[in-house]
Design a protein around this ligand. Structure first.
Ligand code: EPU
Length: 423
C-alpha cells in the first residue's frame, strides 16, 4: 500500500541570516475586515492581503452568506456585497477559526437576526463568548446559545454603555460592528486597543461609520441609518506577529536583516524585550533592521493585552529563551491553556518547567533536531524558528496550522538564507 505523507517542514541549523523580508498583512485584521463587508452593499478592495488559508475559509463563509470574492492579484482581494444576504451560516462552513464569530455583529445589526455555528480556532482551553453575548443583550438583542449554534435577534439594536470585564479583541470588534446601525450612541469601555482593532475602525470610517476614540480604551460609536454605509478600498495593516517571527529567527540564528513594513510603533514592548535580550533593533524608513551577534540573555516577561506583550508572541519568546544564557520565564495572563506546545519544545531538548500559568526556561547552548507536531499557528512558527538553532534536522508535522496564519513562512525564511524546506 502506498503511504501518503502529509506536508511537513524540514529545518536545519542555519545562520547567520542576511537580506530583507517583507511583512504581509495581518491575519487578525484581514478576517475582520472581510466580515465587515456584510455591513453594506457595494464593492470592496482589500490590498496587502496575506496568502493564508484562513482568508480562503472566511471567503467561503462569506460566499455562503452572499458576499462574493475574487483575487485581483496575489495580495489584492475584491469582495462584492450585492445585498442578497442570508443571515445564517450553513452548518458545515463554520468550525475552523475563531474569526468566524466576527460575522455575528454585522449580520445582526444589518439584518435583524443572525445564526452562526460555534466558532473553532486554536485550542487554548476554554474560549468563552460571554462578553460578546452580554454586550449584544445590553444592546437589546435576544441571544440563544444552542449546542451547535448561536442565534441572535433584534429588530434594531439600541446604543448603550458597555464596560468589558476584559479588553477582549473579538468582543470589542463584534460590539463595535453591531453598534454601527444601532439607534443612538454606543460607548465601549475597556475596549481592546490592538492595531488590528484600529484597522477595523479605520475601514469602517472609510465606509461611512462615525467612531471616536480609535486606539483608546473607550470607543464611541454614533449609530447610522441602516444601509447608509458603502464599499471601500483598504490596505490591511502589516502583521506584527509575522514581523516578530522573522525578528526571532535572526535573534536565535544570528545575522543582520531588514524586516520591511514592520510597524515598530505597534511592537514597542516587544522590541524592548528583544533589546534586553541582546538583539539590536533599529527603526528604518520602511521597517526595521534587526541584528544579533551574541548569545541571547534570558529575561522574564508577562503576556498582556495591547500595548503589552501579546500572547501571540509568547511561543517565539520561549523559543528565544530556550537558547539564551541563564534562566527566564513567561507568565500567561490571557489564555491559561496556551502552553500545550511545551512538550514539543522539550522534544528539541529545551529545559522548561511549568508552574500554573508560568513557564520557566533554563537556556541551553543549542537544541537537538527532532520530529515535532504543531498544535497551533504561533507555536508552529516558533518550532520552525527553534529548528534554526538545533543540531541536525528538525521535522515539523501538522503544518496546516502554520498555513492558517503565515504567508509563505518557508519561502521568506529561505530568502534570508535559512535552511528550511517544505516537503
Ligand atoms: N474572553 C472571555 N469572554 C469573551 C471573550 C474573551 O472571557 O467573551 C477572554 C478569553 O478567554 C481570553 C481573553 O478574554 O482569556 C482575551 O481573548 P480575546 O477575546 O481578546 O481573544 P480572541 O478575540 O478570541 C484574538 C486573536 C488571537 C489572540 C487574542 C489575544 C483573532 C482571530 N484571534 O482572539 O490570535 O491571541 O485575540 O490577543 O483575532 C492567533 O492569531 O494565533 C490568535 C490566537
Amino acid at each position: 500500500m502506498v503511504k501518503i505523507e502529509s506536508p511537513r517542514i524540514i529545518v536545519r541549523r542555519s545562520g547567520p541570516l542576511s537580506g530583507s523580508v517583507q511583512v504581509p498583512g495581518a491575519k487578525n485584521s484581514v478576517l475582520k475586515l472581510m466580515a465587515a463587508t456584510l455591513l453594506a452593499e457595494g464593492d470592496y478592495v482589500l490590498t496587502n492581503v496575506p496568502a493564508i488559508t484562513d482568508v480562503h475559509t472566511m471567503a467561503e463563509t462569506l460566499g455562503a452568506l452572499g458576499v462574493s470574492s475574487s483575487w485581483l492579484g496575489p495580495h489584492e482581494l475584491s469582495l462584492t456585497n450585492s445585498g442578497n444576504i442570508t443571515p445564517e451560516v450553513p452548518f458545515e462552513k463554520f468550525d475552523k477559526m475563531r474569526a468566524s464569530l466576527n460575522v455575528l455583529g454585522p449580520l445582526l445589526t444589518h439584518y435583524g437576526s443572525a445564526r452562526i455555528n460555534w466558532p473553532g480556532g486554536d485550542d487554548f482551553g476554554g474560549r468563552p463568548i460571554n462578553l460578546h453575548v452580554a454586550g449584544l443583550q445590553k444592546m437589546g438583542a435576544t441571544v440563544e446559545e444552542g449546542l451547535y449554534d448561536i442565534f441572535a435577534v433584534a429588530d434594531r439594536l439600541k446604543g448603550t454603555n458597555i464596560e468589558l470585564d476584559i479588553p477582549s479583541v473579538g468582543a470589542t470588534e463584534n460590539l463595535l460592528t453591531a453598534a454601527i446601525y444601532a439607534r443612538g450612541v454606543t460607548v465601549i469601555d475597556n475596549a481592546a486597543r490592538e492595531p488590528e482593532v484600529q484597522d477595523l475602525c479605520n475601514m469602517l470610517i472609510s465606509m461611512g461609520a462615525d467612531i471616536e476614540g480609535i486606539g483608546t480604551s473607550r470607543l464611541i460609536i454614533h449609530g447610522c441609518e441602516r444601509g447608509s454605509l458603502k464599499g471601500t478600498k483598504h490596505a490591511v495593516v502589516p502583521d506584527r506577529v509575522q514581523a516578530a517571527t522573522y525578528m526571532a529567527a535572526v535573534a536565535v540564528a544570528g545575522g543582520d536583516i531588514v524586516v520591511r513594513s514592520a510597524r515598530t510603533e505597534h511592537m514597542e514592548e516587544l522590541l524592548n524585550c528583544y533589546a534586553r535580550m541582546g538583539v539590536a533593533v533599529t527603526p528604518q524608513r520602511d521597517g526595521v533592521r534587526v541584528t544579533s551577534h551574541e548569545r541571547l540573555r534570558a529575561i522574564d516577561f508577562i503576556t498582556e493585552p495591547y500595548p503589552g506583550i501579546a500572547t501571540d508572541y509568547k511561543p517565539l519568546l520561549l523559543a528565544m529563551l530556550c537558547v539564551s544564557r541563564g534562566e527566564g520565564s513567561v507568565t500567561e495572563t490571557l489564555f491559561p491553556g496556551r502552553f500545550r506546545y511545551i512538550e514539543e519544545f522539550r522534544r528539541l531538548g529545551a529545559s522548561i518547567a511549568i508552574y500554573g500559568n508560568k513557564a520557566t526556561v533554563r537556556g541551553v547552548y543549542e537544541l537537538i533536531g527532532s520530529e515535532v507536531r504543531v498544535p497551533d499557528i504561533r507555536a508552529g512558527a516558533a518550532l520552525v524558528v527553534a529548528g534554526l538553532v538545533a543540531q541536525g534536522e528538525t521535522i515539523v508535522h501538522d503544518i496546516h496550522h502554520i498555513d492558517r496564519g503565515y504567508d509563505d513562512l518557508v519561502g521568506r525564511l529561505s530568502g534570508l538564507g535559512a535552511d528550511v524546506t517544505r516537503v
